[in-house]
Design a protein. Sequence first.
Length: 132
Amino acid sequence: MHEWALAEAVVAAARQIAKKEGLKEVKEVVIKVGELQQVELEIFEFALSKLEAQGFEGTEFNISLAKTELQCRVCEHKWLFDKTNLAEDTVEAIHFVPEVIHSYVRCAKCGSPDFKLLKGRGVWIERLRGAK
């Protein structure tokens, strides 16, 4: 499961940041996950909770989704991805293979399927709070 590998990478990155900042204790790690990143958040949270023993006892891991922003290559219109009008199987297909989004989503202004993904992929530490 790649959620475990992501959790291990987040813990390793948090450890490096804490060391660089001279923190003796990490109290909170704020993590952003792109909406189209193919991450099962429950599994990711579970993995982080199990990895707390690696120097992060009592650390609060806060995870939130980063919305997906798209921009049409034809008319330059920008919009946020909204899955509420899509069928459940379509949402599932996009979750597992985000690249198929072009098959199901069109520009909200001109209807073109030719758009680029500006935001909505990746996993990153947005903030780390601790004590020196």
